[in-house]
Design a protein around this ligand. Sequence first.
Ligand code: DOR
Ligand code: ZN
Ligand code: ZN
Length: 425
Amino acid sequence: MAVDFVLENCKIARPDGILEASIAINNGRIQKIALSDAMPKADNAIDMSEKIVLPGAIDPHVHFRDPGFTEKEDFETGSLSALFGGVTTILDMPNTKPFTGTSEEFEKKKTLAEKKSYIDFSLYFGAMDGNIWEMRKVNPIGYKFYLDHPDIVGYSGLKAAASSLENKIFAVHAEDPDIMHDNLKKNSAADPKSHGKIRTAEAEMESVKAILNIEMGSNNLYFCHLSTPSSVKAVHEAGHFAELATPHLFLSRENSAELGNFARTNPSLKSEEDRLGLWKVLSLVSTLATDHAPHLISEKESASPPSGMPGVETFLPLMIDSVNKGFLDWTDVARLCSAGASNIFGLVNKGIIEEGKDADLVIIDRKKVWEIKASKLHSKCAWTPFEGRKLKGKIDSVFRGGKLAIDKGKLLAKPGQGKYIAPER
Ligand code: DOR
Ligand code: ZN
Ligand code: ZN
């Protein structure tokens, strides 16, 4: 029996090195990795000489805005944008409307996403003070604690969750509300420049310290979007997981002059020195993410602009370009954009190109030069902070679940083909 695909002469990027081999894909899985003369017969044999093959990226932190804010994004447009960016798995955040903080809302979101998603996904549950009972009813991929919003949950809520749940992942937004409140009294929140004076490096560091002081039991802390090298070091030393998000890796306060409120994000962009420092501590980082947080242009231009920027489609392209610039290796990309998240969240069939795993693969033309243009992207929000950036290296094709989802830029996948991933924990 012939297999579905054989990809011949691949340069396969894995965390432990580049493997030169062919890949046989059948029934959604990677059936065999071997030299080409050991390959089974295939319905479709594709020569991949000169191409780098990366595992499909896993973005463990996106806001697809569905339900409730679908004018900004919905599960269909968000997942389409992800797919075009080589992201084949996402974990979606709970700050939708209604908030994903009851088992009922959790189930509703799962059902709507199953109908719309182009890619595989799992969901966070939103922790709230006093909703331990609801938290115990579900088994989400992680619980999200918006500790910068004391009206949702405080440090005491995190402590209560840690003493009542076991072997869970607690994803935390670490910016201390009291420090930010004090900073706010000294600065006007409306001024884009004052955003960084309220959401300071100190606000993040003090919150990291306060969280690390809480007894976690068998639970693991996952620190979202750390924005300074010192926070990354503190989290790593304490043995917990550190996530970096693309805004802080690719933009700094220096970009705010040009981008204005479009650069406004939480945590705030830090100094150029901090940004460069983040690249130096990548070995201490557990995973990268985008914090894809689309808002409409009209909202960003309004008198009270929301924080956040889109990024799920530009994430892997920016990383590929960074390899070409010599900032990191393909092996680092394989770890930071795929294997890391798979290990943390127990996505056991994903994250590495290995026999038996899901055939989620991204084929890269590593020499092609191109330019990011919002008009070519697929997010509903229709803008990008990276407009006009010239990149070297382009995504050629994407396989998801063993199917050719994007063939040389042409969409073949359909909404609803993405699957919900039930946590293995
Ligand atoms: O900038 C941000 N935007 N930070 C967050 O924590 C939330 C996000 C959003 O949902 O827009
Ligand atoms: Zn956050
Ligand atoms: Zn976020």
